[in-house]
Design a protein around this ligand. Structure first.
Ligand code: PLP
Length: 323
Protein backbone atom coordinates (compact mmCIF):
# COMPACT_ATOMS: atom_id res chain seq x y z
CA UNK A 1 0.00 0.00 0.00
CA UNK A 2 1.26 3.45 -0.85
CA UNK A 3 0.62 5.49 2.28
CA UNK A 4 1.95 8.82 1.08
CA UNK A 5 -1.22 10.86 1.45
CA UNK A 6 -2.09 13.24 2.96
CA UNK A 7 1.25 14.97 3.22
CA UNK A 8 2.82 18.43 3.35
CA UNK A 9 5.39 19.15 0.68
CA UNK A 10 7.86 21.81 1.77
CA UNK A 11 10.13 23.79 -0.55
CA UNK A 12 13.36 24.53 1.31
CA UNK A 13 14.64 26.66 -1.55
CA UNK A 14 11.57 28.89 -1.33
CA UNK A 15 12.01 29.25 2.43
CA UNK A 16 15.66 30.13 1.92
CA UNK A 17 14.68 32.68 -0.73
CA UNK A 18 12.11 34.26 1.60
CA UNK A 19 14.64 34.42 4.45
CA UNK A 20 17.18 36.03 2.14
CA UNK A 21 14.76 38.63 0.72
CA UNK A 22 13.59 39.55 4.25
CA UNK A 23 17.16 39.69 5.60
CA UNK A 24 18.07 42.07 2.78
CA UNK A 25 14.92 44.16 3.15
CA UNK A 26 15.15 44.60 6.93
CA UNK A 27 18.93 44.86 6.71
CA UNK A 28 18.57 48.09 4.73
CA UNK A 29 17.57 49.87 7.92
CA UNK A 30 19.89 47.91 10.20
CA UNK A 31 17.49 45.25 11.42
CA UNK A 32 18.83 41.69 11.84
CA UNK A 33 16.52 38.69 11.97
CA UNK A 34 15.81 35.76 14.21
CA UNK A 35 14.23 32.93 12.22
CA UNK A 36 11.38 31.48 14.29
CA UNK A 37 11.12 27.70 13.91
CA UNK A 38 8.27 26.81 16.29
CA UNK A 39 5.59 26.44 13.62
CA UNK A 40 7.63 23.61 12.11
CA UNK A 41 8.39 22.00 15.50
CA UNK A 42 12.03 22.92 15.05
CA UNK A 43 12.53 21.03 11.80
CA UNK A 44 16.32 21.14 11.28
CA UNK A 45 16.17 21.34 7.47
CA UNK A 46 13.97 24.44 7.72
CA UNK A 47 16.23 26.08 10.31
CA UNK A 48 19.14 25.37 7.99
CA UNK A 49 17.33 27.01 5.06
CA UNK A 50 16.56 30.08 7.20
CA UNK A 51 20.23 30.36 8.21
CA UNK A 52 21.38 29.93 4.60
CA UNK A 53 19.03 32.80 3.76
CA UNK A 54 20.79 35.04 6.26
CA UNK A 55 18.92 35.02 9.57
CA UNK A 56 21.32 35.57 12.47
CA UNK A 57 19.64 33.46 15.16
CA UNK A 58 17.12 30.65 15.39
CA UNK A 59 14.34 31.25 17.91
CA UNK A 60 11.80 28.76 19.20
CA UNK A 61 9.33 28.68 22.06
CA UNK A 62 10.05 25.05 22.97
CA UNK A 63 13.25 23.60 24.35
CA UNK A 64 12.49 20.24 22.76
CA UNK A 65 12.56 21.88 19.33
CA UNK A 66 15.86 23.62 20.05
CA UNK A 67 17.36 20.31 21.21
CA UNK A 68 16.16 18.63 18.03
CA UNK A 69 17.95 21.25 15.90
CA UNK A 70 21.13 21.12 17.98
CA UNK A 71 21.21 17.34 17.84
CA UNK A 72 20.85 17.55 14.06
CA UNK A 73 23.98 19.69 13.95
CA UNK A 74 22.46 23.15 13.37
CA UNK A 75 25.12 25.65 14.43
CA UNK A 76 23.86 29.09 15.42
CA UNK A 77 22.86 31.08 18.48
CA UNK A 78 19.58 29.67 19.78
CA UNK A 79 16.96 31.88 21.39
CA UNK A 80 14.20 30.56 23.65
CA UNK A 81 11.05 32.65 23.19
CA UNK A 82 9.14 31.30 26.21
CA UNK A 83 10.99 30.64 29.44
CA UNK A 84 9.51 28.54 32.26
CA UNK A 85 10.88 28.48 35.80
CA UNK A 86 10.62 24.69 35.93
CA UNK A 87 12.98 24.42 32.94
CA UNK A 88 15.63 26.88 34.15
CA UNK A 89 18.43 24.33 34.52
CA UNK A 90 17.74 22.88 31.09
CA UNK A 91 17.47 26.35 29.51
CA UNK A 92 20.89 27.37 30.76
CA UNK A 93 22.41 24.10 29.56
CA UNK A 94 21.00 24.31 26.03
CA UNK A 95 20.13 27.84 25.03
CA UNK A 96 22.28 30.94 24.47
CA UNK A 97 19.62 33.61 24.93
CA UNK A 98 16.15 33.51 26.51
CA UNK A 99 13.28 35.99 26.68
CA UNK A 100 12.19 36.78 30.23
CA UNK A 101 9.66 38.66 32.31
CA UNK A 102 9.78 37.09 35.80
CA UNK A 103 12.51 37.87 38.31
CA UNK A 104 12.05 34.49 40.00
CA UNK A 105 12.81 32.75 36.71
CA UNK A 106 15.80 34.97 35.97
CA UNK A 107 17.15 34.28 39.48
CA UNK A 108 16.89 30.55 38.82
CA UNK A 109 18.63 31.00 35.45
CA UNK A 110 21.46 32.81 37.25
CA UNK A 111 21.68 30.09 39.90
CA UNK A 112 21.98 27.30 37.34
CA UNK A 113 24.31 29.36 35.15
CA UNK A 114 26.63 29.69 38.13
CA UNK A 115 26.48 25.94 38.74
CA UNK A 116 27.26 25.32 35.08
CA UNK A 117 29.97 27.95 35.00
CA UNK A 118 28.19 30.01 32.36
CA UNK A 119 26.82 33.49 31.79
CA UNK A 120 23.24 33.24 30.50
CA UNK A 121 22.03 36.02 28.22
CA UNK A 122 18.51 37.40 28.42
CA UNK A 123 16.27 39.74 26.49
CA UNK A 124 13.77 41.44 28.78
CA UNK A 125 10.29 41.61 27.27
CA UNK A 126 8.24 44.76 27.78
CA UNK A 127 4.43 44.98 27.68
CA UNK A 128 3.39 47.57 25.10
CA UNK A 129 -0.34 46.95 24.82
CA UNK A 130 -0.91 43.47 23.36
CA UNK A 131 -1.17 41.94 26.86
CA UNK A 132 0.66 38.69 26.29
CA UNK A 133 4.12 38.54 27.90
CA UNK A 134 5.93 41.62 29.10
CA UNK A 135 6.88 43.77 32.08
CA UNK A 136 4.81 46.95 32.35
CA UNK A 137 7.02 49.90 31.30
CA UNK A 138 6.64 51.43 34.76
CA UNK A 139 8.17 48.33 36.37
CA UNK A 140 11.02 47.85 33.89
CA UNK A 141 13.61 49.87 35.76
CA UNK A 142 13.10 47.89 38.98
CA UNK A 143 13.30 44.60 37.08
CA UNK A 144 16.57 45.63 35.39
CA UNK A 145 18.00 46.73 38.72
CA UNK A 146 17.17 43.40 40.37
CA UNK A 147 18.56 41.51 37.39
CA UNK A 148 21.83 43.43 37.40
CA UNK A 149 22.47 42.18 40.92
CA UNK A 150 22.42 38.56 39.68
CA UNK A 151 25.93 37.25 39.11
CA UNK A 152 25.50 35.05 36.03
CA UNK A 153 22.97 36.91 33.91
CA UNK A 154 23.82 39.31 31.10
CA UNK A 155 21.02 41.56 29.85
CA UNK A 156 21.70 41.82 26.12
CA UNK A 157 18.52 43.57 25.10
CA UNK A 158 14.86 44.39 25.46
CA UNK A 159 11.96 43.48 23.22
CA UNK A 160 8.24 43.46 22.79
CA UNK A 161 5.65 41.25 21.17
CA UNK A 162 2.53 42.63 19.53
CA UNK A 163 -0.32 41.35 17.33
CA UNK A 164 -0.43 38.04 19.18
CA UNK A 165 -2.96 38.01 22.01
CA UNK A 166 -4.56 41.43 21.72
CA UNK A 167 -4.09 41.91 17.98
CA UNK A 168 -2.36 45.23 18.64
CA UNK A 169 -0.63 46.64 15.56
CA UNK A 170 3.04 47.57 15.69
CA UNK A 171 3.22 51.28 14.82
CA UNK A 172 5.47 54.30 15.20
CA UNK A 173 4.11 54.99 18.64
CA UNK A 174 4.81 51.63 20.27
CA UNK A 175 8.14 51.25 18.43
CA UNK A 176 9.18 54.72 19.61
CA UNK A 177 8.18 53.76 23.11
CA UNK A 178 10.42 50.69 22.98
CA UNK A 179 13.31 52.80 21.63
CA UNK A 180 12.82 55.39 24.36
CA UNK A 181 12.78 52.66 27.02
CA UNK A 182 16.08 51.32 25.64
CA UNK A 183 17.64 54.78 25.85
CA UNK A 184 16.32 55.33 29.36
CA UNK A 185 17.58 51.97 30.66
CA UNK A 186 21.01 52.48 29.12
CA UNK A 187 21.24 55.91 30.64
CA UNK A 188 19.97 54.94 34.07
CA UNK A 189 22.15 51.85 34.49
CA UNK A 190 25.08 52.72 32.23
CA UNK A 191 24.70 49.49 30.28
CA UNK A 192 24.66 48.72 26.56
CA UNK A 193 21.61 47.04 25.10
CA UNK A 194 22.80 45.23 21.97
CA UNK A 195 19.43 43.89 20.83
CA UNK A 196 16.23 45.90 20.62
CA UNK A 197 13.73 43.37 19.30
CA UNK A 198 10.65 45.15 17.97
CA UNK A 199 8.40 42.22 17.19
CA UNK A 200 7.38 39.60 14.66
CA UNK A 201 5.88 39.18 11.19
CA UNK A 202 3.29 41.84 12.03
CA UNK A 203 6.00 44.53 11.96
CA UNK A 204 6.23 44.65 8.14
CA UNK A 205 3.83 47.57 7.49
CA UNK A 206 5.37 49.61 10.29
CA UNK A 207 8.82 48.96 8.78
CA UNK A 208 7.72 49.88 5.24
CA UNK A 209 6.15 53.14 6.37
CA UNK A 210 8.67 54.16 9.05
CA UNK A 211 11.04 56.98 8.15
CA UNK A 212 13.34 55.90 10.96
CA UNK A 213 13.36 52.65 12.87
CA UNK A 214 15.13 54.40 15.77
CA UNK A 215 16.67 51.82 18.12
CA UNK A 216 14.88 48.77 16.69
CA UNK A 217 17.60 46.46 15.32
CA UNK A 218 16.01 43.03 15.54
CA UNK A 219 12.82 41.20 14.56
CA UNK A 220 11.75 37.63 15.21
CA UNK A 221 10.12 36.25 12.07
CA UNK A 222 8.30 32.97 11.59
CA UNK A 223 5.25 33.31 9.38
CA UNK A 224 6.62 35.83 6.91
CA UNK A 225 9.60 33.59 6.17
CA UNK A 226 7.51 30.44 5.98
CA UNK A 227 4.36 31.70 4.26
CA UNK A 228 5.60 34.91 2.61
CA UNK A 229 3.03 37.23 4.16
CA UNK A 230 2.81 39.90 6.82
CA UNK A 231 0.36 39.19 9.62
CA UNK A 232 -1.60 42.41 10.19
CA UNK A 233 -3.78 41.75 7.13
CA UNK A 234 -2.09 38.55 5.90
CA UNK A 235 -1.13 40.24 2.63
CA UNK A 236 1.67 38.66 0.60
CA UNK A 237 5.03 40.45 0.84
CA UNK A 238 6.25 41.40 -2.67
CA UNK A 239 8.95 39.09 -4.01
CA UNK A 240 8.27 36.29 -1.54
CA UNK A 241 6.93 32.80 -2.18
CA UNK A 242 3.55 32.15 -0.55
CA UNK A 243 3.28 28.43 -1.19
CA UNK A 244 6.42 26.90 0.28
CA UNK A 245 4.06 24.55 2.17
CA UNK A 246 1.66 22.50 0.09
CA UNK A 247 -0.92 20.12 1.51
CA UNK A 248 -1.45 17.18 -0.84
CA UNK A 249 -4.52 15.01 -0.30
CA UNK A 250 -6.26 12.26 -2.25
CA UNK A 251 -9.57 12.77 -4.01
CA UNK A 252 -11.81 9.88 -2.97
CA UNK A 253 -15.01 10.98 -4.69
CA UNK A 254 -15.72 13.27 -7.64
CA UNK A 255 -19.32 13.67 -8.79
CA UNK A 256 -21.92 16.09 -10.02
CA UNK A 257 -24.45 16.68 -7.25
CA UNK A 258 -27.08 19.25 -6.37
CA UNK A 259 -26.00 22.05 -4.01
CA UNK A 260 -29.13 21.67 -1.85
CA UNK A 261 -29.45 18.62 0.43
CA UNK A 262 -32.81 16.82 0.26
CA UNK A 263 -35.00 15.98 3.24
CA UNK A 264 -35.51 17.68 6.59
CA UNK A 265 -32.41 19.52 7.92
CA UNK A 266 -31.38 18.59 11.46
CA UNK A 267 -28.03 18.94 13.32
CA UNK A 268 -24.84 18.14 11.42
CA UNK A 269 -21.93 16.09 12.82
CA UNK A 270 -20.88 19.00 15.07
CA UNK A 271 -24.25 19.97 16.55
CA UNK A 272 -24.88 22.89 14.20
CA UNK A 273 -27.95 23.23 12.00
CA UNK A 274 -26.57 24.08 8.56
CA UNK A 275 -28.18 26.35 5.99
CA UNK A 276 -27.72 26.11 2.23
CA UNK A 277 -28.17 28.27 -0.84
CA UNK A 278 -29.35 26.66 -4.06
CA UNK A 279 -26.58 27.08 -6.61
CA UNK A 280 -27.84 24.38 -8.93
CA UNK A 281 -25.72 21.37 -9.84
CA UNK A 282 -22.08 21.37 -8.75
CA UNK A 283 -19.01 19.37 -9.68
CA UNK A 284 -18.01 18.30 -6.18
CA UNK A 285 -15.02 16.41 -4.84
CA UNK A 286 -14.24 14.85 -1.49
CA UNK A 287 -10.68 14.67 -0.23
CA UNK A 288 -9.47 12.17 2.37
CA UNK A 289 -8.67 14.69 5.06
CA UNK A 290 -10.76 16.24 7.80
CA UNK A 291 -11.01 18.33 10.91
CA UNK A 292 -9.06 15.69 12.80
CA UNK A 293 -6.07 16.51 10.58
CA UNK A 294 -6.29 20.22 10.06
CA UNK A 295 -8.50 23.24 10.85
CA UNK A 296 -10.01 23.38 7.39
CA UNK A 297 -10.98 27.05 7.72
CA UNK A 298 -7.27 27.92 7.55
CA UNK A 299 -6.64 26.13 4.25
CA UNK A 300 -6.04 28.20 1.12
CA UNK A 301 -7.00 26.55 -2.13
CA UNK A 302 -5.27 26.55 -5.46
CA UNK A 303 -7.23 27.77 -8.44
CA UNK A 304 -10.83 28.76 -7.89
CA UNK A 305 -11.90 25.80 -5.78
CA UNK A 306 -14.05 26.36 -2.71
CA UNK A 307 -14.40 24.38 0.50
CA UNK A 308 -18.11 23.69 1.00
CA UNK A 309 -17.73 21.98 4.35
CA UNK A 310 -15.88 19.39 6.33
CA UNK A 311 -16.36 16.67 8.90
CA UNK A 312 -13.87 14.71 10.96
CA UNK A 313 -12.37 12.85 7.98
CA UNK A 314 -13.83 14.39 4.81
CA UNK A 315 -13.55 17.80 3.15
CA UNK A 316 -16.17 18.57 0.50
CA UNK A 317 -15.02 20.85 -2.31
CA UNK A 318 -16.74 22.66 -5.15
CA UNK A 319 -14.53 22.67 -8.23
CA UNK A 320 -16.60 25.57 -9.66
CA UNK A 321 -16.70 23.81 -13.00
CA UNK A 322 -19.58 24.96 -15.15
CA UNK A 323 -21.92 22.05 -15.68
C1 PLP B 1 5.99 33.01 17.67
C2 PLP B 1 6.73 34.21 18.08
C3 PLP B 1 7.31 35.03 17.11
C4 PLP B 1 7.14 34.80 15.62
O1 PLP B 1 5.86 35.20 15.19
P1 PLP B 1 5.48 35.21 13.63
O2 PLP B 1 4.16 35.87 13.60
O3 PLP B 1 5.43 33.77 13.19
O4 PLP B 1 6.54 35.98 12.94
C5 PLP B 1 8.04 36.12 17.54
N1 PLP B 1 8.20 36.38 18.86
C6 PLP B 1 7.66 35.62 19.82
C7 PLP B 1 7.87 35.96 21.25
C8 PLP B 1 6.90 34.51 19.47
O5 PLP B 1 6.35 33.75 20.42
Amino acid sequence: MKALLPRIEISLSQIQHNAQMLSELYGQKGIALMGVSKATLGEPAIAHAMLQGGVKFIADSRLENILKMKNAGILTEFVLLRTALSQAEWVVANVDISLNTEIETVSALSYYAKMQNKIHQIIVMVELGDLREGILPGNLSEFIQQTLSLSNINIIGIGCNLACYGGIKPDNQNMQELSALADAIEHEFQIDLKIISGGNSANYQWYESAQKVERINNLRLGESILLGCETVNREPIPGLYTSAFKLIAEVIESKEKPSLPTGEICQDAFGNVPTFIDRGMQKRAIIALGRQDVPTSSLKLNHHWEILGSSSDHVVLDSKMII
